[in-house]
Design a protein around this ligand. Structure first.
Ligand SMILES: [Fe+2]
Length: 153
């Protein structure tokens, strides 16, 4: 019997990756100013990565007896780079929730899918941490670092 909960979570992740393909591409179109030099390529690479992720998910959904979604999640856009980065962070967090739910839905019969999801979760977490740094939500604790250095010296 097909694991409907797993298929649903994978489809949720697929919809968010499909949204990522378009959202990142759109951000690469819209980014202007000096930052464009760096962020055009940055967003296009992420769009390509989201497409690769969507492909694995669609293939897996069919392998499990489901039908892959053709509905992307919500696509958000802005002409302000800071706002784009916050939108992308939120999209990555939503995808992470879907991947976690899929991971939790795996039974002993779906160990290989579970391993695949673990790799994906690790790489999505890297994206989240990078976006948290880009939006300055995550920073090194400089005060603590100075104290540590003083203790070492
Ligand atoms: Fe992804």
């Amino acid at each position: 019997m097909a694991n409907e909960e797993l298929i649903d979570s994978l489809n949720r992740a697929l919809g968010l990756e499909l949204a990522g393909v378009i959202q990142y591409m759109q951000h690469s179109f819209l980014v202007t100013g000096a930052e464009r030099e760096v962020f055009r390529g940055f967003f296009r690479d992420l769009s390509g990565e989201a497409r690769d992720h969507a492909e694995t998910l669609g293939d897996k959904v069919v392998a499990l007896g489901g039908v892959p979604t053709v509905e992307p999640g919500e696509i958000r856009q802005s002409t302000d780079l800071g706002e784009m980065l916050r939108q992308d962070l939120e999209l990555e967090r939503a995808a992470m929730e879907a991947y976690m739910a899929a991971w939790r839905a795996c039974t002993d019969a779906e160990l290989a899918t579970k391993f695949l999801l673990e790799e994906r979760i690790a790489s999505e977490q890297k994206h989240i941490e990078e976006f948290e740094k880009l939006t300055s939500e995550r920073k090194a604790n400089v005060t603590r670092e100075r104290i540590t250095l003083r203790q070492v010296g």
